[in-house]
Ligand binder design. Structure first.
Ligand code: GGG
Length: 351
């Protein structure tokens, strides 16, 4: 019997609703396989935990996660309870950095059974490789003075090692997919880090002469994702640009509730972490209407990472089958509840 130890952090808001659904799907996958078992170790960390302990996770939180085969995360943030930057840096960013999850991969593709909101939808299927360890997500800076004299300074940190690593990853993916790489820059407006980003992109692209590559200012790229997403294959972007572009990616699929993501540790020293693109959506929390597809598709990415690609493919097939049958949550035009969509995905997996 193969056993995978998965650390589970449902987190905040709808994370607490969609996570149990994704775990039900993974248990069903294990039943179908017969020779595979998931051991789920759940951690109640997040904003409510913060209110009791004044921190988002315990002091030894990372060591409690360290020996798992993967970390499965729901959503982080409940701004009514804890400021967003405190919650994100106290849990999500802490794990990404602590476990050297330096790459964030986020696919966007037109799923069968979902009407894209695009005016001229064409089949698209692209991946965003987001630099996940530095860039605009930086603690360098500060705030001084108050009132009308108040000043905030935020420095971005771009290292050749970090940027090169993300770009190499993107080119290798493009090689596998026989595709091409687009870089998201903003070197017309940002005068140090982005010209540096472009230099590194040129250097890395020279190592892959057979892979077509191109560079776009991020604002134009965001617009092109809306007007002609089918022309993109692998996009490499900085931490912030990648975060924004992947919300666009999820939205053009039909809903931000659909997009999956993987935070990858490249050196095998620490576990990788899998979390949907969406956040905790406090506005719809508790109504039973959250779309479970993002979390379940993220489970597929985790299965792929564990080497269970056939099972991962089955999960995505089941998701698409259910959507094609019209069983959907309200965000993508349906009337089904979170649990009804999951029940249907499990039924499809079994059939
Ligand atoms: N699913 C994880 C989550 O809660 N994401 C919300 C968010 O804003 N994340 C920012 C980021 O991915 O850097």
């Amino acid at each position: 019997m193969k056993k995978y130890n998965i650390s589970v952090i449902p987190g905040d808001g709808i994370g607490k609703e969609v996570m149990p659904e994704a775990l039900r799907v993974l248990r069903a996958v294990a039943d179908i396989h017969g020779g595979l078992k998931f051991e789920f170790d759940s951690h109640p960390w997040g904003c409510e935990y913060y209110l009791e302990h004044n921190q988002m996770m315990p002091e030894d939180g990372l060591s409690r996660l360290e020996n798992s085969d993967a970390i499965f995360l729901g959503a982080v943030g409940y701004p009514k309870l804890v400021p967003d930057h405190v919650s994100l840096w106290g849990l999500l960013v802490k794990i990404r950095r602590g476990f050297e999850q330096v790459i964030n991969v986020r696919p966007a593709k037109q799923l069968v059974g979902i009407q894209s909101p695009l005016v001229n939808p064409r089949d698209f299927d692209f991946l965003v490789v987001r630099e996940n360890s530095e860039g605009e997500y930086s603690e360098v800076g500060g705030r001084i003075h108050s009132g009308s004299d108040e000043i905030a300074i935020q420095n971005a940190v771009f290292t050749r090692k970090g940027v090169e690593r993300a770009m190499e990853y993107a080119f290798k993916l493009a090689e596998q997919r026989q595709g091409y790489v687009a870089s998201a820059t903003k070197s017309n407006g940002i005068v140090h880090s982005m010209p540096f980003w472009d230099d590194v992109f040129r250097d890395v692209s020279e190592k892959y002469p057979d892979i077509k590559s191109d560079s776009f200012h991020v604002d134009a790229l965001a617009a092109f994702l809306v007007t002609r997403p089918h022309t993109f294959d692998v996009i490499v972007a900085s931490n912030l640009f990648g975060d924004i572009l992947t919300d666009v990616g999820a939205a053009i699929m039909g809903s931000i509730g659909i997009g999956p993501a993987a935070n990858i540790n490249l050196n095998g020293k620490y576990p990788s972490m899998f979390e949907p693109v969406h956040g905790s959506a406090p506005d719809i929390y508790g109504q039973g209407i959250a779309n479970p597809v993002g979390q379940i598709w993220t489970g597929k990415m985790m299965l792929d990472h564990l080497g269970e690609t056939e099972l991962g493919d089955k999960v995505l097939e089941a998701i698409e089958g259910v959507l094609e049958d019209g069983i959907k949550t309200a965000d993508i035009g349906g009337t089904s509840s979170t649990t009804e969509v999951t029940d249907a995905i499990i039924e499809k997996l079994k059939s």
